[in-house]
Write a protein that binds this ligand. Structure first.
Ligand code: M6R
Length: 605
């Protein structure tokens, strides 16, 4: 959470930082600020609100300088106000921070800071501690400060008497750095670096990077120079903009056929699933007795679909655990448990910590991550990258369907490794998987019809979503999508559970979205739909195109999904639910890409 940027070089730092903060705004948008270090001293401009508000402030104050740091905040410690916005300044130190300093109270006491701080943030405390230790050697002050900190941090620091230099250090929270051609840049993720270069490196934990106009130096905490491991952004850089769509969410929904193709094609050889590029040995897939998926939010919902697939097709037990709860339920994982961590950003701290714990217990691990080189990818034994490209909208869409695509591939490879399927069955499964992109294209061609159907819930206060089995799993994701971008209260329910309590809430004012795609569950699902209809609910039904419906019944709203084999129906149904959420948010005039209170990358527990 929080976007951080730093630039030093020959260009005007203010412009570079404002442009970068706009690209990073999806990481947090409570307040924004920049600081410029120049001959006349350090100048800070910050305000609550969005980067556009900061831009207006800058247009008024016209700050100048060639070395600066900037921040867009997702509030943790201290409310949303100008004083709590970053950068923070104490004595000769100016600093921005992403993360949480758990022992900030003890530090406040130890260094007698009470009464000297201007904000309520843990970050200002860090600036004060750096100031305390600073006696002309930035490395020594940073080293001594870092040894006192408990918690997570990505820090970019400027010292008044070190013109043109930005120092960076981190624990858990990410920082990447690069050369721009006329200077050096650092950021919390590559989104802000891509306009300058595709070569970058991840600042290793507990190392100090020093950015200067003519290069970058890296040192470990004992003061020894460290080697920089350069990486290459392998996104199609043209994917970074909105591509003519009003919001990233729509663009990312529309990209799904293409990015699913790009995720599955390189992993199919001779018609079979192939993870040799990832060097994943078959033994890890054949040897485990159970699987534990750890993930949060949308990624966890992908895991639930994976559970249904693997249990049904491989016959081994799969637990899907909310990463944020993993540690608090005395997890039972061991060398016979394959842990699969799923994360778009690869930085979600709950998932990262759960993964590290599982590895300590001896579990083999595979992560499914979208961002190359991210912490979760580096912390796991094997990694499978989803080739979704940058996902900027806070609401996850293409990351989810590419995670599903990887889970289908893994299921098939597991079946192969265990000798469970005939060649014919494997070939049918893989052919169906390869049909997904074209099926999604068909759904996307009907987006205007889906837009019209979304009107049926536009003014609802509450929406219920019902289904069974796989249909229930995708509704959990559909419901999350709707509530996060439209602010409509929505709940997904296993339809058989309704009569155990929730049906009391169903009235003519609670529209219900029902998904019926699983042949073996159809008649039960339709009975549950009749139960809510007879309580007055208007039902929007998503059902396969070939299913016959009783003409005598009141089917006012039906969307016909292109037919796939049942395990794959998740794909078209999910895209319809994504579009419904998108259009409701759009028609309510909301900021679709940046829903309130949220951030794209969740690096706080
Ligand atoms: O980056 P991750 O996939 O680990 O993020 C996990 C969740 O925070 C994320 O999926 C969140 O639920 C989505 N942005 C919701 O659309």
């Amino acid at each position: 959470m929080c976007g951080i940027i730093g630039y030093t070089g020959k260009s005007h730092a203010e412009k570079i930082m404002l442009d970068a903060l706009e690209l990073l705004e999806y990481r947090g948008y409570d307040s924004a600020g920049i600081a410029l270090l120049h001959q006349g001293g350090t100048e800070i401009l910050k305000c609550t609100g969005r980067v556009k508000d900061l831009r207006n402030l800058c247009a008024l104050k016209k700050p100048e300088g060639f070395c600066g740091i900037g921040h867009t905040r997702w509030a943790t410690h201290g409310g949303v106000c100008d004083a709590n916005a970053h950068p923070h300044r104490f004595g000769r130190i100016t600093l921005i921070h992403n993360g949480i300093i758990e022992n900030y109270r003890e530090l406040t006491e130890k260094y007698a800071l009470e009464g000297h701080l201007r904000s309520e943030t843990d970050s200002e405390v860090v600036a004060a501690v750096v100031e305390h230790f600073y006696a002309g050697d930035p490395y020594s002050a940073i080293r001594r400060t870092v040894l006192k900190l408990k918690g997570t941090f990505a820090l970019a620091i400027m010292f008044d008497d070190q013109p043109g230099k930005i120092y960076a250090v981190r624990n858990v929270s990410p920082i990447v750095a690069a050369l721009t051609g006329d200077g050096a840049i650092l950021s919390s993720d590559v989104a802000a670096i891509v306009p300058f270069t595709t070569d970058y490196f991840v600042v290793p934990e507990f190392h100090v990077a020093c950015l200067k106009p003519d290069g970058i130096e890296l040192y470990d905490l004992s003061g020894d120079q460290a080697k920089i491991d350069w990486l290459k952004v392998d996104w199609d850089v043209s994917r970074s903009g909105k591509g003519g769509y009003p919001f990233y969410m729509e663009k990312e929904i529309m990209e799904q056929p293409e990015v699913i193709r790009e995720t599955i094609q390189p992993r199919i050889r001779d018609g079979r699933p192939d993870f040799s590029q990832e060097q994943i040995p078959d033994e890890i897939l054949s040897g485990c007795r159970r699987i534990c998926v750890i993930a949060c939010g949308t990624a966890m919902h992908a895991g639930l679909v994976g559970k249904s697939l693997i249990q049904a097709m491989i016959g081994i037990h799969v637990d899907v655990v909310m990463a944020s709860e993993f540690m608090y339920n005395d997890p039972v994982v061991d060398k016979n448990t394959l842990v699969i961590a799923i994360s778009q950003s690869g930085e979600t701290i709950d998932t990262l910590e759960a993964l590290k714990f599982a590895r300590k217990c001896g579990s083999p691990s595979i992560s499914i991550v979208n961002v190359k080189g991210a912490s979760i990818a580096r912390a796991s034994e094997y990694v499978i990258y989803t080739n979704a490209g940058p996902e900027i909208a806070v609401a996850s869409t293409k990351a989810y369907t590419t995670q599903l695509a990887v889970l289908y591939l893994l299921t098939a490879r597991m079946a192969m490794a265990r000798g469970l399927w005939s060649d014919e069955k494997l070939s049918d499964f893989m052919k169906e998987l390869q049909r997904v992109p074209e099926v999604l294209e068909r759904v996307l061609e009907t987006k205007e019809e889906i837009h019209r159907l979304s009107g049926t819930i536009l003014n609802a206060r509450d929406v219920f979503m019902i289904g069974r089995g796989l249909d229930y799993s995708i509704l959990l994701e559909g419901s999350l999508k709707l509530k996060e971008v439209s602010y409509i209260h929505s709940e997904a329910h296993a339809s058989g559970e309704l009569k155990h309590g929730t049906i009391a809430l169903i009235t003519e004012d609670t529209p219900v979205i029902a998904v019926v795609t699983q042949e073996k569950l159809k008649s039960k699902e339709l009975s549950n739909i009749r139960e809510v209809q007879s309580r007055g609910a208007r039902v929007l039904l998503l059902i396969k195109e070939n299913e016959t419906l009783d003409e005598g019944e009141k089917w006012s709203c039906v969307y016909r999904l292109p037919k796939m084999e049942d395990p794959f129906m998740v794909m078209p149904a999910s895209v319809v639910l994504q579009l419904i959420a998108y259009y409701v948010s759009l028609d309510k005039g909301l900021d679709v890409d940046k829903p309130r209170n949220l951030a794209k990358v969740v690096t706080v527990e």
